[in-house]
Design a protein around this ligand. Structure first.
Ligand code: OAD
Length: 233
């Protein structure tokens, strides 16, 4: 690997697993307990908003009880110390990167702690439930929905992500199964651009073969170790 100046990091549910937040596709994960079609699509929300809102109200309440783990703190330390470009692109809708102190974070799948008003299109910070259809703080319409990207919707800020990737020398993927596009395709975009690629995941993922290097283990161990390595260079 040549000199690294600019880094793009992609994180997934695996980085928050050791904080006690359920992943999606592991045994007993969220998508075993709930059908995606029932809770995570715009069609589901149109058909049965109560079911969808109850699901996200539970998740929103749960993440507020959890704490960042050593993997989140290590990335926050990297963010604080890294002089070059850095973008932490997260698929996670929890706020643990931010609570650990990271600043250069982009939530491509939205955030549990925001509500999106589909009448006035404003996104407001939100911690409580949505099930009782509270009024939008801006326009008072009772049309708030979780500000989370559902299946069939386009992830946020893809232009910024691709722009950061074009400037990057290193792409690192942490705790993601590589099952959901376009996030899962970023490693191939990186390869096309000639960027070095590293995967840190509990086990081999669907995307492992695309990475120059893939390390297996818990994020709480692998991430601090890698951050120490890259800061020492
Ligand atoms: P998944 O649940 O699909 O994958 C989590 C990955 O983390 C798996 O490959 C696990 O092996 C790994 N993992 C589990 N525990 C770990 C640990 N302690 N340390 C390191 N790795 C660990 O979650 P995502 O890949 O994030 O999208 O899922 C992608 C998207 O699918 C989510 O953002 C969500 C979901 O449907 C939307 O809701 C739009």
């Amino acid at each position: 690997m040549g000199t690294v100046r600019n880094i793009v990091i992609l994180t997934g549910a695996g980085i928050s697993a050791e904080s006690g937040i359920d992943t999606f596709r592991s045994a007993g994960g969220l998508w075993e307990q709930h059908r995606v079609e029932d809770v995570a699509t715009p069609e589901a929300f149109a058909r049965d908003p109560e079911l969808v809102l109850r699901f996200y109200d539970m998740r929103r309440a749960a993440i507020q009880e959890k704490l960042p783990n050593p993997a989140h703190f290590a990335l926050a330390e990297l963010d604080a110390k890294w002089k070059g470009g850095l973008l932490i692109v997260t698929q996670n809708v929890d706020d643990l990167h931010t609570r650990a102190g990271a600043r250069r974070v982009l939530h491509m799948h939205g955030e549990h702690l925001k509500a999106w008003c589909t009448s006035c299109d404003v996104r407001s910070h939100w911690r409580g439930p949505l099930i009782e259809r509270p009024p939008c703080p801006v326009c008072q319409a009772r049309t708030l929905r979780p500000d989370v990207v559902w299946f069939g919707e386009i992830p946020y800020r893809m232009g910024e992500i691709y722009a950061a990737l074009r400037e990057a020398d290193l792409f690192v993927s942490i705790g993601t199964s590589g099952a959901v596009y376009p996030a899962a395709g970023l490693v191939r975009n990186a390869r096309d651009l000639g960027i070095a690629t590293l995967e840190l995941n509990l086990e081999r993922s669907q995307g492992s073969d695309w990475f120059h290097e893939s390390r297996q283990g818990p994020a709480s161990a692998l991430v601090p170790q890698w951050v120490e390595e890259i800061l020492a260079k």
